[in-house]
Write a protein that binds this ligand. Sequence first.
Ligand code: FES
Ligand code: FES
Length: 155
Amino acid sequence: MTDKISLNVNGKTHVIDADPDMPLLYALRNDIGLNNPRFGCGLAQCGACTVHLDGQPIRSCITPVSAVGAGRIVTLAGLGTPEKPHPLQTAYVEEQVPQCGYCINGWIMTAAAFLRDNKRPTEAQIKDALSGLKCRCGTHVSILRAVKRAAIQMS
Ligand code: FES
Ligand code: FES
């Protein structure tokens, strides 16, 4: 059984036919064509699927599409543009963080909300804020360098 569901994503309204219990992640990737949020664990354990809902990071793999309502969703593609990238996107390039790149979405979306609300964070605060994320390639040291670099830009 499907319903018509309206989603505000990166400033645009999308109306999709979907089972209300379907994860938001599937709507973003399969119905709307935004592939930055990734399917990692599907169990809220890795963060690869993170998007912002009204400015707060959520795990879209466990968020039913019907739970979003009129909330504003922002994905990594909506965080910055090639012409005007978010400081974290710039820092990821400058620090040459990615290896396979699968996890990037989760780290940047989580760090973006954290740095917006925490100017001049300590290293311990950054590590704590990002502690629920996984990178199987082991890029944690360069991720930390990139987040610190972006923190300076955003402070
Ligand atoms: S895919 Fe959502 S937290 Fe892992
Ligand atoms: S860069 Fe490969 S999982 Fe993080």
